[in-house]
Design a protein around this ligand. Structure first.
Ligand code: NAD
Length: 433
């Protein structure tokens, strides 16, 4: 039967029992030890700055009231306003949002953009609500957050199960709460908006585009021919689907794909544009006729050159890492690999390009959108893409060179790049009072 809801499966429940924030702490500690990070700065960065939990009522279509729980965790703002996505999912909880918020701090620092880190979400299954209910849930959440977000303070964006429409409702609600003469000074309160409502061209594909820029550079550095490469992808939403259509331009062959409804294989290659069209019409990859259904473990064990996780966290674990049969994991998702799996992949010589570098295209182009709104400008796609390319490849080179200098893996190197930047700012500014 076609699973239509996002009800937690047993596997998801099991992975959820592990604290995601513990993963962040382990990753952070490894880098902090290696670079000998000062004890005081460690103490500050090991904790989140603010954790906002809001319970708010929403009227359903049938007149009933439901109470929802929403979160916004602000990890750190030493480098600039808090920045990070909003997720609508039944497994959202404070631990997950804490971890995602911390990753945003490192991501902005690595990309060298003037943002801190935050993340938020609502714990519910959006597939069970009508479009009108989703609008009221979003608006009421925005109202409940009130001044905890703001264009120069904390700037949300889309993430899992949220999109430009959700951002447009948030924007409209936020602006409606402002005095009339201040409204258009606040367009940059959210990014990932529809173009007509102040969004940036190129933001919808930015995360996927960034992942592909990084894979291109990695291929160049390793004399690896993308034209004859095969890859598998987990997650075929905003990020995953765009990665596949961009990889097609290189001639790389997509041979297996998985989403929440199951996995598919076609060793001759799956046409990404055809699958995107199918998902547009059917809501998921389920039933796609030009590939055969396979189970989760067969998907993970598929022999290919590259694996692009673009779904949820904790997918590559001590149990699943030994199954992988490939050369490169390019982490489009946040937190897909846990620390035990990192050790196994390292030992098996499977290269991992970490999430906080690999998927930073989204926050980079969000920064461009924020800048355009502040300056009342709108840039052309070529300008957005070329600025994204420059920023993300600079970040890639910093991480690569740090990995060589410290003789460490790229995740630890990426943390070191971020922590060095934060250390400078804390040393320069000191601690108030
Ligand atoms: P999305 O909601 O558009 O798509 C999520 C996809 O993952 C869907 O295809 C869904 O079916 C699939 N999925 C969900 N649970 C799954 C499971 N257990 N097994 C297999 N597939 C599953 O979300 P998105 O915006 O594409 O985000 C995907 C990942 O990328 C997330 O980790 C997100 O945090 C990260 N990310 C997104 C952005 C962005 O700009 N949207 C930026 C940076 C990182």
């Amino acid at each position: 039967m076609l699973p239509t809801s996002l009800e937690p499966t047993i596997i998801q429940e099991l992975t959820k029992q592990k604290s995601l924030y513990d993963n962040v702490v382990k990753q952070f500690k490894k880098a902090a030890d290696l670079m000998k990070l000062d004890e005081d700065i460690r103490k500050i960065l090991a904790k989140t700055n603010n954790e906002i939990v809001v319970n708010f009522p929403v009227k359903m279509d049938d007149g009933r009231i439901e109470i929802f729980t929403g979160y916004r965790v602000q990890h750190n703002n030493a480098l600039g306003p808090y920045k990070g996505g909003l997720r609508y999912h039944p497994l959202v909880d404070i631990d997950e949002i804490r971890a995602l918020a911390a990753w945003m701090t490192w991501k902005s620092a690595i990309a060298d953009i003037p943002f801190g880190g935050a993340k938020g979400g609502i714990q519910f299954d959006p597939t069970k609500y009508t479009i009108n209910e989703l609008e009221r849930i979003t608006r009421r959440f925005t109202f409940a957050l009130g001044n905890n977000i703001g264009p120069e303070y904390d700037i949300p964006a889309p993430d899992v199960n949220t999109n430009s429409q959700i951002m447009a409702w948030m924007l409209d609600t936020y602006l409606s709460m402002m005095p009339a003469h201040e409204r258009y000074r606040c367009l940059h309160v959210v990014t990932g908006k529809p173009i007509e409502s102040g969004g940036s061209v190129g933001r919808d594909k930015a995360t996927g585009q960034g992942v592909v820029f990084i894979i291109e550079q990695w291929a160049k550095d390793h004399n690896f021919d993308l034209g004859s490469a095969t890859y598998i992808i987990q997650g075929f939403g905003n990020v995953g689907s765009r990665v596949t259509s961009l990889m097609k331009r290189h001639g790389s062959k997509l041979i297996a794909v998985e989403d929440i409804t199951g996995a598919l294989l076609n060793s001759e290659g799956i046409n990404p544009d055809d699958l995107i069209e199918y998902v547009k019409n059917h809501g998921s990859i389920y039933g796609y006729p030009s590939a055969k259904p396979i189970d989760h473990n067969i998907f993970l064990a598929t022999k290919a050159d590259i694996f692009i996780p673009a779904a949820m966290e904790n997918q590559i674990t001590a149990e699943t890492a030994p199954m992988l049969n490939l050369k490169l994991v390019a982490e489009a998702a946040n937190g897909p690999t846990d620390p035990e799996a990192d050790i196994i992949l390292n030992r098996r010589n499977i290269h991992v390009i970490p999430d906080i570098l690999c998927n930073s295209g989204g926050v980079i182009v969000s920064y461009f959108e924020w800048l355009q709104n502040k300056r009342s400008e709108s840039w052309e796609l070529e300008e957005v893409d070329s600025k994204l390319h420059k920023k993300i490849i600079n970040a890639y080179e910093r991480v690569r060179d740090t990995a060589i200098a410290y003789r460490t893996d790229w995740r630890t190197a990426a943390y070191i790049v971020a922590l060095k930047r934060l250390r400078i700012v804390y040393k320069e500014r000191g601690i108030f009072p």
